[in-house]
Design a protein around this ligand. Structure first.
Ligand code: GBH
Length: 451
């Protein structure tokens, strides 16, 4: 018998991911403070169809049955995020024991079912009270974040083996401070670099707090999207370099190298501040792993009118695109991982998110939901992941995005990324065909990908 070629290394960790505002619902229950997403979603015109996270997947009340869905897939790990304002309603100071208790009960439920919790401290839902004090623009936020992190480590590190400080700081600054499509909805080129910098100072302060109060692993999660030039003209090559620096290096460089790439000054011009040199000691704290969220790539072309990059993505004809308009490009996952290792060294890596939105057919009468496009996306990306391991990348695990269809931020419930279909009227969950493939992948440690 020959060894199946797509089997993953022994001990490879298989999981799925969600985030608090996207699934929990009950955003103000049991004494929780409002988050900026609670506010943003209730601001007329910000959300597609006026959707909000008021109910979402009702996970706050259904977490026990959701853990059974995870168990049915055979998940070894579950990556979730903590809503800061549940635990600290004002963002600092007073702890709300009932909010903390929700995450404690979730963690216990996971452990009782043999699933390792992976907790992200910040997946975009900043306490509104902190936004009122300047949010990510206030340098004090590094300390606010570290104090919150310390509360969580003291409460849960005995049971949570893996933590992340932030999820996708690039999205927070690009969507929240530069273009305004995400909370807090600012559009200000002077603010974006400051918010970015304070995010990475906060991440560093959180890691420092972990060294004092935690004893397992902590890292940070970046969205990485490889950039390929549209042509080999000098202009397109420079545009590609800028796009790459802006998205893929603006956060990873200060965290892992203690500096910014020179392109950022070129991109932001007068809006790029001179940051105090001391700050880079704080941003550059040793991590135990890095999480990479991978969805797609971009092919980049020069465009003098596109602010701030002077670069635009070019849609590829004759390629499959998901319902969010993102090209299906699995080679980019292999390229991302090999690039990351080459630039930042041999840090243990996880894919902390990867997945796709496609319009699903209705659940058939026999309870089957066939989602061939998502199933195909999953299969291709897992094979590409295996290629990266074969090329020597130190990849420890994979989390599918997402366990459930959920609130796709300002796109509301219109885009479905789940392995489980959610009927939002009844809260009925149904495994899609992609969930069944994923369960087989986990069971065979990738062996089923040979078929
Ligand atoms: C993640 O962000 C989030 O962590 C998660 O909460 C969210 O639900 C999930 O992905 C699905 O969106 O072709 O120019 O439009 C996604 C990060 C960054 C990925 C921007 C796609 C768009 C490229 N995204 N990128 S473009």
């Amino acid at each position: 018998m020959t060894r199946p070629s797509f089997r993953f290394p022994d001990g490879f960790h298989w999981g799925a991911a969600t985030s608090a505002y996207q699934i929990e619902g009950s955003p103000l229950a049991d004494g929780a403070g409002p988050s900026i997403w609670q506010r943003f979603a209730h601001t007329p015109g910000m959300m597609v169809n006026g959707d909000t996270g008021d109910v979402a997947c009702d996970h706050y009340r259904r977490y026990k049955s959701d853990v059974q869905l995870m168990k049915a897939l055979g998940l070894q790990g579950y990556r979730f995020s903590i809503n800061w304002a549940r635990v600290l309603p004002e963002g600092t100071g007073r702890v709300n024991p009932k909010g903390l208790d929700f995450y404690s009960r979730l963690v216990d439920e996971l452990l009782e079912n043999g699933i390792a919790p992976n907790a992200t401290l910040f997946h975009w839902d900043l306490p509104a009270a902190l936004d009122d004090r300047g949010g990510w623009l206030n340098r004090d936020i590094a300390h606010w974040f570290a104090d919150y992190a310390e509360v969580m480590f003291k409460a849960l590190d005995d049971r949570v083996p893996r933590w992340s400080t932030l999820n996708e700081p690039w999205v927070v600054t690009d969507g929240g401070y530069l273009h305004g499509a995400l909370a807090p909805g600012h559009r200000n080129k002077f603010e974006a670099p400051i918010a970015a910098h304070n995010l990475m100072r906060a991440s560093g302060a959180g890691i420092q707090a972990y060294r004092a109060h935690g004893k397992h692993e902590i890292g940070v999660v970046f969205n990485i999207e490889p950039k390929y030039p549209y042509s080999d003209s000098a202009e397109d090559l420079a545009a590609t370099r800028r796009a790459h620096a802006y998205m893929n290096q603006q956060f990873a460089d200060p965290a892992l190298l203690g500096s910014y790439p020179p392109e950022l000054k070129e991109i932001f011009g007068e809006a790029w501040p001179d940051f105090p040199a001391d700050d880079f000691e704080l941003t550059n704290q040793p991590v135990d792993f890095v999480g990479i969220n991978y969805y797609t790539r971009a092919v980049v072309k020069h465009d003098a009118n596109a602010y701030p990059l002077r670069a635009v993505p070019v849609r590829q004809p004759n390629k499959t695109h998901t319902e969010t308009g993102w090209e299906v490009f699995e080679q980019g996952l292999t390229d991302t991982l090999t690039w990351f290792k080459q630039r930042y060294g041999d840090i243990p890596l996880f894919i902390t998110e990867n997945g796709s939105a496609f319009y699903d057919p209705p659940v058939a009468e026999n309870g089957v939901l066939d989602d061939p496009l998502r199933t195909n996306y999953l299969r291709k990306h897992l094979r590409a992941l295996h290629d990266a391991i074969a090329a020597g990348v130190n990849l420890k695990g994979y989390y599918a995005w997402s366990l459930l269809d959920n609130l796709e931020w300002s796109l509301g419930f219109s885009k479905r990324f789940g392995l489980y279909h959610v009927d939002f009227a009844t809260q009925q969950r149904t495994p899609k065909a992609s969930a069944k493939l994923y369960a087989q992948v986990i069971e065979s440690n990738g062996g089923v990908l040979d078929e």
